[in-house]
Design a protein. Structure first.
Ligand code: NAD
Length: 323
């Protein structure tokens, strides 16, 4: 009898996530969009019971289909679990989900943890962390890179800021959604790393776009050029992710211009606070505003190429010399 009881206990514990003395089984996620939905699905696949909240009916339906239990406010997510991820568009929406009228702050007990995976500013992350600390709630800023494909495959690169012990406890959650997770430093270090990441990714797309337009106007076969250069020094994840989509004229987001424009705006604000001139990033921000004014705000950031195409009156396509 005793043996059967012990084996049953061991089986149950095997289904739970043991985080150094703290048992974690339920996880909440607020924001079930392009990134949040596949992250939630991967948490379900990893054996977590996942509670989700989103304001969009479409997002809710998609998340339900992957096994997420939907509740009807951020506060209610905090009633069901002590581990909550936020994956939301910007700072004010993140702050509202945590501190607003129906926010997490009204339900999460002391000792629980909020993991913000959204891309916001280091100043905002540190401010959120300090306000949560007043209620003895832990906070990690843990933005991600890898886009929708990385979120679907569970191979996101996750850059984390926060306390080492809290990070260690949260590791089973990160393992379910990420390929590599790195604790970069204290609160705000994750969001700082993400801003640097966004500068590199978006300027990379801009440089690539300028070069593609040059090659297109000269009339060479862009697909062959891409094959010729991709294993040399100009090869990159950005090149492999974006050139095939541009050649297919596929600008379905992925990472929307709106989201990346928000990131570059945050980059400039952070840089100016630190007295760091960023001539390339500030030019790119103007390019984003031009694309926004011309109706491309909801397209993938691969649509940066359209700015350069417009300047040179040429279209980058599979057909050499096409206008
Ligand atoms: P998205 O717009 O697809 O998803 C955001 C979701 O939040 C939507 O479903 C929306 O309905 C929901 N939402 C908005 N307000 C809400 C509220 N008050 N309460 C609950 N839900 C609310 O955006 P996304 O592409 O998934 O990006 C989310 C975050 O991840 C952003 O901060 C973005 O910068 C970052 N990010 C995006 C990518 C990418 O490639 N898309 C990559 C890395 C990081």
């Amino acid at each position: 009898m005793l043996i059967v009881l012990s084996m049953t206990c061991l089986t149950i514990l095997g289904h739970l996530k043991n985080t150094g003395g703290f048992i974690m089984k339920q996880v909440g996620i607020i924001g079930l969009g392009i990134m949040g939905a596949p992250m939630a699905a991967n948490l379900v696949k990893a054996g977590f019971e996942v509670f989700g909240y989103d304001v969009s009916v479409h997002a809710i339906e998609k998340a339900k289909a992957s096994g997420v239990t939907i509740v009807d406010s951020a506060q209610k997510v905090g009633e069901r679990t002590q581990w909550v991820i936020t994956m939301l568009p910007n700072t004010s929406i993140v702050e509202d989900a945590i501190f607003g009228h129906d926010g997490l702050i009204h339900s999460l007990p002391a000792g629980s943890t909020v993991i913000d995976e959204s891309s916001i500013t280091p100043v905002a992350s540190r401010n959120i962390g300090a306000r949560l600390e007043e209620k003895q709630i832990n906070f990690l800023d843990a933005p991600v890179s890898g886009g929708e494909p990385g979120a679907i495959s569970g191979e996101l690169a996750i850059m984390v800021g926060g306390d080492e012990a809290v990070f260690a406890q949260a590791k089973p959650i990160f393992d379910a959604i990420g390929g590599t997770t790195t604790l970069v430093g204290g609160i705000g270090a994750g969001t700082t790393a993400k801003l640097a990441n966004q500068v590199m990714v978006n300027l990379n797309i801009a440089a690539m776009s300028e070069a593609l337009v040059l090659a297109a106007k000269s009339g060479i076969d862009i697909d062959k050029m891409y094959q010729a250069i991709r294993s040399g020094l100009a090869g990159s994840n950005v090149l492999d992710a974006k050139v095939p989509l541009i050649l297919d004229r596929n600008f379905e987001p992925g990472g929307k211009i709106s989201i990346n424009m928000k990131d570059l705006t945050n980059v400039m604000a952070t840089a100016h606070d630190l007295d760091v001139p960023m001539p390339l990033s500030s030019s790119l921000l103007e390019i984003f505003h031009t694309l926004s004014a011309n109706g491309h705000i909801n397209e993938d950031h691969g649509a940066i190429v359209k700015y350069f195409e417009n300047l040179a009156n040429v279209t980058v396509s599979r057909k050499p010399g096409a206008k």
